[in-house]
Design a protein around this ligand. Sequence first.
Ligand SMILES: [Zn+2]
Length: 311
Amino acid sequence: MINKSKIILVLYLSFCFFACKQNSNPINEGQVTIVSTTGMIADMIKNIVKEKAIVSSLMGPGVDPHLYKATQGDLKLLQAADLIVYNGLHLEGKMTEILENLSNIKNVEAISNHITQDSILSDPQHPSSPDPHIWFDVKLWSSAIDGILPVLINLDTSQKEYFTSNALAYKKTLHNLDAEVKSTLESIPHEQRILITAHDAFKYYGHAYNIEVRGLQGISTLSEFGLKDRVDLVDFIVKRKIHAVFVESSVSQKNIMAIVEGCKQKGHNIIIGDSLFSDAMGAENTPEGSYIGMVRSNTHSIVNGLTNKKE
Ligand SMILES: [Zn+2]
């Protein structure tokens, strides 16, 4: 059977394509527009193109990309964009069809195609599912700049030198950030290097910075977890004498509260560390509203939570 919603979507996109061609937005006249899905991607691109393009992201602070569905407004933005950049590896699980359809008529890039494919981690429970949270290994994230830079230069070849120089400067800043994360985490004793979060967003972080990570939910907030997962995690926390668990800004706190309660019932009190920015950056115009600020904030929250013992 032909998928009716797919036909409607294609018709809608085609309509927008011609409508936008005939009536391009006068505000953006002559300016290159780039639309990303997540804030982390927009932040990387802004650091390269600076004032030479209009860069926006669909998903703001606190938005969970695993569950996000594009709105009518998003479709208009995507349709009007000169370039669309998304994360890929099924992060934007509910936008797959839209992005696929747009890629037939527009310039659409997955940032995950620009990192070494050998570096992509998989879900231990489902080895065929890639882990999309690649931005938490700062070095790996930075390596995507080399791939995305030629795409940006293609949009505006007159800015080749400017974009290249900005990209180099940003890569250097990220190199320093990577070193800063490593040295900041050194204060956590080896046996306390266990990060427990609501969903498994921090595997790349753990892999890059030598921290064991466990999430109550799998690599996507779409995945289900049962009573057994909860009991297992509580047992793990009690057995390993873990003192802190973490909530995430883009995931409901309800599940992690159930873990805290489960531990309490076993006579083991744990604290809830500061909220981590997992799949979305913080509010605009705050330090956490940038990729660098987000990584820095998480690192400090992790150090504070894992080194402050509360018996
Ligand atoms: Zn996630």
